[in-house]
Design a protein around this ligand. Structure first.
Ligand SMILES: *[C@@H]1O[C@H](CO)[C@@H](O)[C@H](O)[C@H]1NC(C)=O
Ligand SMILES: *[C@@H]1O[C@H](CO)[C@@H](O)[C@H](O)[C@H]1NC(C)=O
Ligand SMILES: *[C@@H]1O[C@H](CO)[C@@H](O)[C@H](O)[C@H]1NC(C)=O
Ligand SMILES: *[C@@H]1O[C@H](CO)[C@@H](O)[C@H](O)[C@H]1NC(C)=O
Ligand SMILES: *[C@@H]1O[C@H](CO)[C@@H](O)[C@H](O)[C@H]1NC(C)=O
Ligand SMILES: *[C@@H]1O[C@H](CO)[C@@H](O)[C@H](O)[C@H]1NC(C)=O
Ligand SMILES: *[C@@H]1O[C@H](CO)[C@@H](O)[C@H](O)[C@H]1NC(C)=O
Ligand SMILES: *[C@@H]1O[C@H](CO)[C@@H](O)[C@H](O)[C@H]1NC(C)=O
Length: 547
């Protein structure tokens, strides 16, 4: 962040450099003074009168004396980036009636006293990011009546005085992320009636007082991610009528009280990713019909209740990946008519209902990778007219006749390259083959004895004909049959009266397997299926080609 800011200032300012008197160790531009000389011993006394902004970068002086800028009453912005500042006189920024923006970032400040900033009544933005502040005195913000943005990210605050924010009735943004806050006083935020954004990400909060957000009727975005929250009090969000985005990812929430989101009628984005949820209460989202993005990934969900997403007609992205979901009710996505992205990867799904994605006519991306799926039911994508990206890899696909629908859908609707890592897990003779690279005729099923109603007679007694001369018993041939030797190294698939595909594995595998075929040799195998058996003879005639 800081080198970037440095470059940005440098390049902006170089463009507008006039020839005017300027303090030693600084560069002066029309309105900005930019001081980055390590040798600078203190705040320079002679800041040009027209300057409104002064920026110190990596300077090494440690002290700002009382009213150090008093000769420059026109300053509106004072910034210290990565400097060695440690000491401040009382009223250090006194005499700056127009000061709007004060920033001290990356300066290892560990303590502040209330008299330093006591007169900053026009300050709108106050930034103390990435110091080492461990505590703040209660009166620190006294008289900062105009403050709209307060940034305290990246310090070591463990707690805050209950009344510290009392004067900040106009505050819109409060950033307390990356501190060590473990507990919040219940009334801490109560004066902040104008607050729109509150960041409490990456602290050590293990719980929240029930009423802590009770007066934040203007809050639009709340960050609670990266804490240790395991329980949410049922009413903790009950006054956040304007909340649009709620970030609860990376906590240890085990279960959610059913009414937890019921006041959040304006909520559009909710992340619960990376918690330890084992289930979702029915009706959890019944009062948040405007949700657009919802993430529940990286939890421990084993299923989701049938009606839990009912009415979420604006939902565009739903992430359920990295759970333990083994079953999805047929109608669970039924109302999601605007869903575009659906992530179901890295779960424990073994089968999907044929109507699961019905009516998801806007769906464009579907991830099913890393599940236990062996096939997908016929017609499952028939109403998904915009679907073009389906991730299928890392499932134990059974490449037989039941996969024919998915296979032909892939060929018609999607870029086959998307699934080049999608392999057959079975049957044995197709194991490891890339699914989209198969030929349709390879997707055959053994005909079961039940379907035929009789055991077809064997063909062992037939005269072995030419290499490919295969005769299959007439009635059995009406259906597809896959014949195989016991080792699975020679496989023959037939349907109708024709055999469409032969696989012979000649390279010997360890132990069992076929020996190689010698030149000018012939070998026969007896193959069985539930339709009966056949004998396949393969002859190799090797001839010397021309010189
Ligand atoms: C403040 O800026 C005004 C012009 O905006 C200028 O006339 C005045 O001299 C400046 N005051 C000081 C103390 O430099
Ligand atoms: C605040 O400013 C007034 C006048 O500008 C001054 O008299 C007073 O000492 C200042 N307060 C502090 C705490 O320095
Ligand atoms: C912090 O406390 C030390 C000693 O108590 C003091 O010397 C120093 O000026 C204080 N720093 C600030 C920024 O108040
Ligand atoms: C949404 O927020 C507005 C204020 O921005 C509020 O008036 C309205 O009641 C809220 N809607 C719901 C359903 O809470
Ligand atoms: C859904 O989105 C549309 C368009 O953005 C909006 O007009 C409508 O109010 C939203 N529905 C709900 C329930 O928030
Ligand atoms: C997946 O389901 C199987 C069978 O129900 C179960 O044994 C296994 O533990 C589940 N795996 C996960 C990661 O939940
Ligand atoms: C799909 O939508 C139609 C009408 O839009 C509705 O009749 C049907 O029940 C829906 N299907 C499902 C599975 O919800
Ligand atoms: C195979 O037989 C053909 C003629 O029958 C002969 O020309 C050829 O040399 C034989 N090849 C080998 C490797 O024995």
């Amino acid at each position: 962040m800081l080198p970037g800011a440095w470059l940005c200032w440098a390049s902006l300012l170089l463009l507008a450099r006039p020839a005017r008197p300027c303090p030693v160790g600084c560069d002066c531009f029309i309105q900005e003074v930019f001081c980055s000389d390590e040798a600078l011993a203190a705040i320079p006394p002679a800041i040009p009168p027209h300057a409104t902004d002064i920026i110190f970068v990596e300077t090494s002086f440690t002290t700002v004396e009382t009213r150090a800028f008093v000769g420059s009453p026109n300053l509106t912005k004072v910034v210290f980036l990565n400097t060695q500042l440690r000491h401040f006189g009382a009223d250090a920024f006194g005499g700056l009636p127009r000061l709007e923006d004060l920033e001290i970032t990356g300066s290892s400040l560990s303590n502040l006293s209330t008299d330093i900033f006591s007169n900053l009544t026009s300050l709108g933005k106050f930034t103390l990011n990435f110091n080492t502040l461990e505590a703040l005195p209660e009166g620190l913000f006294l008289h900062m009546d105009s403050l709209e943005s307060l940034q305290l990210q990246g310090n070591r605050l463990q707690t805050l005085p209950e009344r510290i924010f009392q004067p900040l009735r106009r505050l819109k943004t409060l950033n307390l992320a990356q501190n060590l806050l473990a507990q919040l006083p219940e009334e801490l935020f109560h004066p902040l009636a104008s607050l729109q954004t509150l960041k409490l990400s990456n602290n050590a909060l293990s719980g929240l007082p029930q009423g802590v957000f009770g007066k934040l009727g203007s809050l639009q975005e709340l960050f609670l991610d990266g804490n240790k929250i395991s329980e949410l009090p049922p009413g903790v969000f009950s006054q956040l009528f304007c909340l649009e985005r709620l970030w609860l990812q990376r906590n240890t929430i085990r279960h959610l009280p059913p009414p937890i989101f019921s006041a959040l009628g304006n909520l559009t984005t909710l992340s619960l990713q990376g918690n330890t949820l084992r289930g979702l209460p029915a009706g959890l989202f019944a009062h948040t019909p405007g949700l657009v993005g919802l993430s529940l990934s990286h939890n421990q969900l084993e299923t989701v209740p049938e009606g839990v997403f009912a009415g979420l007609s604006n939902l565009s992205s739903l992430t359920l990946s990295h759970n333990a979901i083994a079953h999805l009710p047929a109608g669970v996505f039924r109302d999601l008519e605007n869903l575009v992205n659906l992530y179901l990867g890295s779960n424990n799904l073994t089968a999907l209902h044929p109507a699961l994605f019905q009516n998801l006519s806007r769906l464009e991306l579907l991830s099913l990778s890393r599940n236990q799926l062996t096939t997908l039911p016929e017609g499952i994508f028939n109403t998904n007219d915009n679907l073009f990206n389906v991730a299928l890899h890392s499932n134990p696909w059974q490449c037989d006749c039941h996969l024919a629908y998915l296979f032909s859908w892939l060929h018609e609707h999607t870029d086959r390259l998307l699934n080049i890592q999608t392999y057959c897990a079975g049957p044995a003779y197709l194991k490891g083959q890339v699914v989209p690279a198969l030929k349709e005729e390879q997707l055959v099923c053994p005909v079961t004895r039940d379907r035929l109603g009789f055991q077809a007679p064997g063909l062992d007694d037939r005269e072995p004909g030419g290499s490919w001369d295969l005769a299959v018993e007439d009635r059995a041939a009406r259906s597809r049959c896959t014949y195989s030797n016991p080792e699975g190294t020679v496989v023959l698939a037939c349907d109708e009266a024709q055999c469409r595909w032969l696989n012979i594995q000649l390279s010997p595998r360890q132990g069992a397997g076929s020996p190689g075929l010698a030149y000018n040799a012939s070998q026969a195998w007896d193959l069985r299926s539930s339709c009966g058996s056949v004998r396949v003879t393969v002859s190799v005639g090797a001839q010397v080609a021309g010189p």
